[in-house]
Design a binder for this molecule. Structure first.
Ligand SMILES: [Zn+2]
Length: 81
């Protein structure tokens, strides 16, 4: 009977450890989804020249760190007025 008791204890500990691990994995996954939400691949940025919104992956950046929709607008720079 003593063996059966220890078997039960080990089984319960194993079950508890498994549920803790699963909870931690779920929390980490939620945190990753939240972190990547701000910098999604299709994040839109406005062109500094014409104001057109372009995906971050397709935008062009100048030395000042401003985003442009095309090479032509990047050469023209920020539109004043
Ligand atoms: Zn533009």
């Amino acid at each position: 009977m003593k063996f059966l008791f220890w078997f039960l204890v080990v089984w319960l500990v194993w079950r508890w450890w498994r549920s803790v691990r699963r909870l931690g994995a779920r929390r980490a996954a939620a945190r990753d989804a939240q972190a990547s939400g701000g910098v999604a691949p299709d994040w839109m940025v406005p062109c500094a020249h014409c104001g057109l919104h372009v995906p971050q992956a397709e935008m062009l950046m100048d030395d000042a760190g401003l985003a442009y929709c095309s090479e032509a607008h990047r050469r023209l720079g920020v539109r004043h007025g």
